[in-house]
Ligand binder design. Structure first.
Ligand code: SF4
Length: 363
């Protein structure tokens, strides 16, 4: 497990300080309240902010520390997370590709490792009994606790008084009567607690996990279908620019200079980089998902498609030149605007629940 701490300037404090507890810290209100309920009892809490291609906002850590007084460290769990998704989540997915139960199990398993490493004694989570249909029903909360092997050391601080006492409560390390008794979908109780603890600003509810969005899940479907063992960068690539697929040929086209820079950053040795000569336009990145080499026809149609997103190249009455680089090799492809049939080859992925379901059908 790799610990990254972008922007976390007090890393030494993490190794020197003894923490009593680690808290799953997404930056959402429930995670802040969970940590604060324990901090208010005079215990030292370290927030663990997990990051992956699908969630995580490490650039907000400084702000959170200043606003909420909770030390937070970013923990990159991309490899473990992608591997869990590719192996097929044991407890299935929600409405899109979100494997919420397996996700919580993985996070708590990793939090336990960090807890041990830091010499902390328990884990805090901001889960609320009955708040979410998939991952916060009582039976599911029990499964999560059991499978991540944190039965006695997981304090669900907001709903603690609805749940059996945990070891830190029984040992008197924390006072159960000062923990929460919140349940259900509303936010009223959380907002009252936020006022009591002077929590400002109050984060807006929901959002933040790309696996819950159709727009992002549609981008991940072909990656999961065509790569046997995709790595986290494949999902970062799927998050970037416009996405087109032709069988196992994958073409990403930047929508703006930020996308173009990101594509350059994510490029690998075998990728094809398409750039338009003479006109301003987007960058294209072609990644072979199966065979390592693309045939000339595919390279030509990809070059043509990249020029479609440059207004000036699209209007040009003469042929447009596209520089195609792969590793140390490069050549120029000439395309003309009368090649409309080329677009038929390339399809933008759409969200399809049946395709998603088929991903995890046992062999
Ligand atoms: S919404 Fe995303 S981050 Fe949250 S539990 Fe589900 S999969 Fe995990």
């Amino acid at each position: 497990m790799q610990i990254k701490d972008p922007g976390y300037t007090n890393r030494a404090a993490v190794s020197k300080n003894r923490f009593d507890a680690v808290a799953l810290f997404s930056g959402g209100l429930d995670s802040i309240l969970g940590a604060r309920l324990v901090q208010e009892q005079g215990l030292k809490v370290l927030g663990l902010h997990f990051i992956s291609p699908f969630f995580g906002k490490p650039d907000q850590i400084d702000q959170w520390e200043d606003n909420y007084g909770i030390p937070v460290v970013a923990v990159d769990i991309s490899r473990e997370y992608v591997s869990m998704i590719c192996n097929g989540p044991v407890y299935g997915m929600g409405k899109t590709l979100n494997p919420c139960v397996d996700c919580k199990i993985l996070m708590l398993t990793l939090a336990k490792k960090m807890m041990n490493k830091l010499g902390a004694r328990f884990i805090i989570s901001g889960e609320v009994l009955g708040q979410r249909p998939m991952s916060q029903r009582l039976d599911t909360l029990n499964i999560i606790r059991r499978d991540s092997q944190v039965k006695d050391i997981l304090v669900r601080a907001l709903s603690a008084r609805h749940l059996p006492p945990t070891r830190p409560e029984k040992d008197g390390l924390i006072d159960r009567s000062r923990l929460g008794n919140i349940s259900g979908r509303g936010r009223k109780e959380q907002l009252k607690l936020a006022e009591k603890f002077h929590i400002k600003p109050i984060p807006t509810p929901g959002g933040g996990c790309l696996l819950t969005e159709k727009e992002s899940s549609r981008r991940y479907l072909p990656v999961l279908e065509h790569f046997e063992r995709p790595d986290p960068d494949e999902f970062h690539l799927a998050n970037t620019g416009r996405q087109f697929w032709d069988d196992d040929h994958w073409l990403c086209i930047g929508r703006n200079s930020e996308d173009n820079a990101r594509l350059e950053e994510l490029a690998k040795e075998n990728d094809y980089i398409f750039s338009i000569r003479s006109y301003p336009g987007p960058l294209g990145l072609g990644r072979p998902a199966g065979r390592n080499e693309w045939d000339q026809e595919t390279i030509h149609s990809a070059s043509w498609l990249v020029t479609r997103f440059s207004p000036r190249a699209r209007r040009s009455s003469s042929t447009v030149q596209v520089l195609v680089k792969q590793g140390r090799h490069s050549h120029v492809v000439e395309v003309s605007r009368n090649e409309a049939e080329q677009q038929v080859k390339w399809q933008e992925p759409s969200w399809d629940p049946l395709r998603a379901k088929a991903l995890y059908v046992p062999d």
